[in-house]
Structures are given as C-alpha cells and as structure tokens.
Design a protein around this ligand. Structure first.
Ligand code: KIV
Length: 283
C-alpha cells in the first residue's frame, strides 16, 4: 500500500501499517528544503528541536521555545504536500503538566503539524496518554534524549549495560502502551534496537541505532554535509552542500571585487515609453 492508493498524504494509520521497514524521516526547518524533501517522498518531515543547534547555532536544544517551534512548523507544513509533519515539543513545553502539554501540542497542530514528538519513556506516559486521548498523535523518543544532555553528561550512546537495556525496553513498551504511534530510538546498540523493534507493534525510527529499526531519521544539516566535521559515525553525508555553497560564495565575492559580476547581459535596459507592461517578477 502506498499513501497514494488511499490518500495523497502520509497519515498516522498509514505509518502504523508500515511496521516492517522503509519509513524515511528527515528533519526540516524551512520552506525551501522541506519542499525538496517532500518532493523526494520523505514519509515524515520532523520539525526537530535540533534546530536550536543546526539552525540557531546553539550548544544544545534546551533554549528552543514553543514560539520558535510554531514558527518553523508553519513553513515546513506549507511545503509538505505528501509528508506527515511532526513537531518536536521543546524543553519545558510538556514537563510542567498534562494541561501544558495539551495546550502547546494543540498550537503545533494549529500551525500545521499532524503529530508531535516528545522525549522520555515511563516518565512521560501520562503526557502521551492525555495527548492521544485528545486526538493529538504522539511519536515517542527514547535512548539518547538530547533534552537530558546534562543528566547524561553529554551526547552518549544509551542502553549499553544490561540494566540500561532493560530500562529502555520497559520505556519502549510503556510509550506504546500509552498510545504513541511510533518511537524514535536514538543512539542505542543495534541488538537492543532490534529487540525493541521486535517487541513493539508500533514502528521504531532509528537514529544511530542500526539497520533493524522500521525507519530511519537523519538531521537535514548532517545529511547535506552542512554540520561541522567530524560528524558522528552514524551519519551518512549524502552531499557536500557546504563545499558547493562555499565555492559559490567565494566565486561571487571574487566576481564582485574584480567587476566580473554583473555583466551587461545581467542588467536591464530602458523600455520605449509607450510600452506599459508590469511583470510581477523581473525576468
Ligand atoms: O530534534 C531532532 O532533530 C530529533 C531527531 C534527531 C530525531 O529529535
């Protein structure tokens, strides 16, 4: 079944049925690149709070606000014709209580998202249950949860010890039980990700968690080679857009300095006075 046979858009029920593999997810933060990702038939465009780092240049995701997530959700949703738009609930937008979580998630849906993602396992099951009760679909996120950077002492692989692995399996079962329609598994050992994927009925979306998850997510800037090097081992860089852009910027600067740009052909000439035509965009 493809989304087109049922509806033009990827939906939450469609994703549930894609348990078994092949769910492609990418983060997106703006209209232009979200449009390209949608054209490439990405299943989910995740408006990730990673934007605090890759878009805003921050050290972590903790300073991202609800207002900023609403702003970026609008432009990604405007671009998405096929993909399901999921918006990350940023730090302190759901921790205070269920009412706060519902109010903020509702604002993300009003901005164009079809679902929200929040970090945490057993600790957030009441939030997940409440949101799904009010028809706000939730994607869970366990393992390396970037909003817990200070507790973890950095961005480290999670679930390496038997005790941690058991806790993560319990977290996965708990978020499924609470009603999450999918769960992101970030930076956990491959075997554990495979075990969790097998144990759950909902799809798992991996990032740095090996090939056995039902889907994979990458951060747009990493995928395009726009993030500072070296990148984590799980990132596959599909294009060196940084090199292409830097070359273009350098050549433009040189052409301006040397007077090579613009040429006469790139300039306009006056029209005869009787011709009255207005183009909305000068050709
Ligand atoms: O914020 C984000 O981009 C994420 C992905 C890494 C899953 O949560």
């Amino acid at each position: 079944m493809t989304p087109q046979t049922v509806t033009e858009r990827v939906t939450v029920p469609y994703l549930r049925e894609k348990k078994g593999g092949g769910i492609a997810v990418m983060t997106a933060y703006d209209f232009a690149l979200a449009r390209l990702a949608d054209m490439a038939e990405m299943d989910i465009l995740l408006v990730g709070d990673s934007l605090g780092m890759v878009f805003q240049g921050g050290e972590n995701t903790l300073s991202v606000t609800t207002e900023q997530m609403i702003y970026h959700t609008r432009w990604v949703a405007r671009a998405a014709r096929r993909a399901l738009v999921v918006t990350d609930m940023p730090f302190l937008s759901y921790q205070v209580g269920c009412a706060q979580a519902i109010e903020n998630a509702g604002q993300f849906l009003q901005a164009g998202a079809a679902a929200v993602k929040l970090e945490g396992g057993e600790a957030v099951v009441d939030r997940i249950a409440q949101l799904t009760r009010y028809d706000i679909p939730v994607m869970a996120h366990i393992g390396l949860t970037p909003q817990s950077v200070h507790r973890m002492g950095g961005y480290r692989v999670q679930g390496r010890t038997p005790m941690e692995a058991k806790r993560l399996l319990n977290d996965a079962r708990a978020v499924e039980q609470a009603g999450a329609f999918a769960v992101v598994l970030e930076a956990i050992p491959m075997k554990l990700a495979a075990k969790i994927t097998k144990a759950l009925k909902i799809p798992t979306i991996g990032i740095g968690s090996g090939p056995h998850c039902d889907g994979q997510v990458l951060v747009l800037n990493d995928l395009l080679g726009l993030s500072p090097k070296p990148m984590p081992r799980f990132v596959r860089c599909y294009a060196d857009v940084a090199a292409v852009a830097l070359d273009a910027f350098t050549r433009f600067k040189k052409d301006v300095v040397t007077g090579v740009f613009p040429s006469k052909e790139e300039g306009y000439v006056s029209r005869a006075p009787q011709v009255r035509r207005r183009a909305s965009r000068p050709a």
